[in-house]
Design a protein around this ligand. Structure first.
Ligand SMILES: C[S@@+](CC[C@H](N)C(=O)[O-])C[C@H]1O[C@@H](n2cnc3c(N)ncnc32)[C@H](O)[C@@H]1O
Length: 293
């Protein structure tokens, strides 16, 4: 790691602790590795559709197009989706700055009986060994908020792709990221874009309500325009931007999203136009697909 800023060190400390504990306790429902080892997947429909659309696969066989492709799973954390793509026939490299996360990736890959390469790196400075090698760079939920310079990060993505290769990114929508809690009062405490950082000290972890992890972390705000313009300036063509107003996942507890009778989660703020009307849901996730030209 070349950057030894306090912010980066605080974030790495949190992710080292999270990587050691995720998927090891009953109270953490998000990292169900038994499902992956048994041949299943933890990918959401949003993520599967994004990969299907980026690879030209049918949506009912979303990973068909990764067979024989080189996939970089950037900021892979424990790498479950990488293992699933490797099982579907991709050559997968998981990259993360957390050595503990990458050890867990290797353990999961071994338990699932697939090969996955791991590379320890700051995603703002990918090593030359990763340049020009990949058909897909896959990034999902909760990755770019840890990055101060999104333009630099996008340039690393473009460097990793071969010409014609694609970035597939499913991310938290910046409008949702702004909301700290919805009840009893709406609290909006995170800026909308511009790369502004917010440093917080506390105990807890998005995946585990009983977590005792104590950390000082810094997250950075990136707007939709920051993402799209960052990709364009890095030399990529933006093929698709989708904003999702419903979600299958709710990693942040019941204070923000509400679950409907259909089991899906929505960000419902205020009220509808007429008394008794539910408000329209606000965007919660987005998909960005861009091609290195
Ligand atoms: C919320 S996780 C991403 C979620 C992951 N896709 C999953 O499904 O579990 C964020 C990841 O970003 C990694 N990370 C944060 N900052 C990083 C940086 N500057 N360089 C490389 N990895 C970083 C963390 O170690 C962590 O594994």
């Amino acid at each position: 790691m070349t950057d030894t800023s306090d912010e980066l060190a605080g974030n790495l400390d949190f992710w080292e602790q999270a990587a050691a504990s995720h998927g090891t306790k009953e109270s953490d429902p998000h990292y169900r590795f038994d499902v992956v080892v048994a041949g299943g997947s933890l990918m959401t429909r949003m993520e599967e559709r994004a990969v299907a659309d980026a690879t030209g696969s049918p949506r009912d066989d979303p990973l068909a197009g990764v067979r024989g492709r080189d996939v970089l799973y950037l900021q892979s954390h424990l790498g479950a989706d990488g293992v699933v793509m490797a099982r579907a026939g991709a050559r997968v490299t998981c990259a993360d700055f957390s050595p503990t996360a990458l050890r867990r990736v290797r353990e999961l890959a071994e338990a699932a009986g697939v090969d996955v390469e791991t590379v320890e790196t700051d995603s703002r400075a990918l090593p030359e060994s990763l340049h020009g090698r990949f058909d897909l760079v896959y990034v999902t939920v909760g990755a770019i908020c840890w990055i101060d310079d999104l333009g630099l990060w996008m340039r690393q993505v473009a460097l990793a792709l071969r010409a014609g290769g694609r970035l597939v990114m499913v991310e938290i929508h910046p409008a949702y990221q702004m909301v700290e809690k919805r009840v009893p009062d709406l609290v909006v405490d995170f800026p909308y874009g511009g790369g502004t950082g917010l440093t917080e000290t506390g105990t807890g972890d998005y995946a585990d309500p009983e977590s005792t992890i104590t950390s000082t972390t810094t997250c950075y705000a990136h707007s939709v325009a920051d993402m799209v313009n960052g990709a364009i300036r890095a030399g990529m063509r933006v093929d698709r931007l989708e904003e999702h107003v419903v979600s299958e996942i709710n990693p942040r507890g019941d204070d923000v999203l509400q679950q409907g009778e259909d089991g899906l989660w929505r960000l419902l703020v205020g009220r509808g136009k007429d008394e008794g009307d539910a408000p329209e849901p606000m965007p919660v996730y987005l998909t960005l697909i861009a091609t290195r030209t």
